[in-house]
Design a protein around this ligand. Sequence first.
Ligand code: SF4
Ligand code: SF4
Length: 200
Amino acid sequence: MKYPKLREIKGALISLFTKPYTSKFPFAPHTPYPAFRGKPYYDNEKCMGCTACVNVCPTGALSFKDISVDGITKRILKISWDICIECGQCELNCPTIEGIKLSQEFDISTTEKRKDLHQTIEKEMVLCEHCEKPVAAKDHILWTIKKLGPLYPPNTTLVAFCQQLLSIKTTIKTSKEGFVRQERFRVLCPNCRRKIIFTS
Ligand code: SF4
Ligand code: SF4
C-alpha cells in the first residue's frame, strides 16, 4: 500500500481552511480577473470605421458592408459574438486604441437566436466625386488629417475634403467619359486618382 506524500497531506489540510478556488457561477455572479478577455464591443464615438480590426480578426467575427440609403452611404461594422474567440487582436490593432474594447463579459448563453448575438455601428462615408464609390469613412479622414497635422496638405484628397467641410465651392469641370486635369483637386478614390494621373 502506498502512503500519501507529505506534500499532498499539506495541500489537503490547507484547502480545508481556505476558500474554494472556483466560483459558484452560475448560482452566484462571477467576477473575472482584471486581465480577463471577454466579449468585445465597438465604441461608436471612438471608432473611425477604418476596418483594420476586420482585417486582423482570425475567425471572421468582425465584418463590414457599405450601403446606400436615400442618397447617404454608410459603413455598417458588425461583431458576431457567437464566433468571436476573444483573442483580443482587434483591440490590439485598433489605430485609435479605443475603437473596440474587450469587456469582462464571458457568459453569452442566451435563448435568442444565434444571429441576434451581435453589435452593429454605423459610420458616414465620403464618396469619390468622380465615380461616387466610397473613399473612406468621414471619421477616418478626419482622424488622418488630425494625425498628420501640418503634413496633410500634400494629399489633394484631404485638402479637397477640408474645402468641402468649409463649404468652399470650386468650379471644377467634370466629365463622365474620362478625366479632366482639374479633377485632380477633388475628393477621389485611389482608383480614380491613379487613372487621372496617368490619363490627364
Ligand atoms: S477604428 Fe478601431 S474599431 Fe474602428 S474600424 Fe478601425 S480598427 Fe476597428
Ligand atoms: S476578439 Fe479576436 S475573434 Fe473576437 S472579434 Fe476581436 S479579433 Fe475577432
